[in-house]
Design a protein around this ligand. Structure first.
Ligand SMILES: [Zn+2]
Length: 167
């Protein structure tokens, strides 16, 4: 594996108390299969549309919070900030991310959600979609929604998210 990592994730363990941290935040390591398993269970219990809303809103909350705190922590702006965020999220294992701030389009190759989901007729990366909407809100200072217009689970080469300002 060339260029194994960006070294942006700062990890720490407290073995005595059974805690693991990334960027000082209590964190658990969860396989992407478990995450997608929870999503699929939610789909069977509340329906695909209901589950999509839950995962989208959960992702959006995290996207807003994390993007704000990285902005403060890293002290970066503009393309420098975007580049570091692309590298950070890629290093987290969420897929290979590229952000087009001019057109408000985010492409993800190898989305962890799509990869573990299996084939689907509709896009399935609801948590990521919400996360990027939240990130877009912080970057633009406007209320944003996101739509996934391509998804690897539907047979596309990558997942593509379009951010739209909420009127
Ligand atoms: Zn997808």
């Amino acid at each position: 594996m060339e260029g194994a990592r960006y070294n942006l994730i700062k990890e720490k363990w407290d073995i005595e108390n059974g805690e693991f941290f990334t960027q000082e935040l209590p964190t658990i390591i969860m396989s992407s299969a478990i995450f997608v398993g929870i999503q699929k269970l939610a789909e069977t219990m509340v329906g695909a549309d209901g589950a999509a809303v839950i995962f989208y809103e959960a992702g959006k909350k995290v996207g807003v919070l994390r993007t704000k705190s990285w902005k403060d922590e890293w002290g970066l702006d503009g393309q420098e900030f975007i580049k570091k965020m692309e590298e950070f999220l890629t290093e987290l294992g969420w897929g290979k991310l590229s952000i087009d701030t001019e057109n408000l389009i985010i492409k993800v190759k190898n989305s962890f959600a799509a990869k573990n989901y299996g084939n689907s007729d509709v896009p399935v990366c609801h948590f990521l979609r919400g996360y990027y909407a939240g990130m877009g809100e912080v970057l633009t200072n406007r209320a944003m929604d996101a739509e996934e217009i391509k998804c690897a689970a539907c047979g596309d080469d990558f997942c593509e998210f379009v951010l739209k300002q909420i009127e």
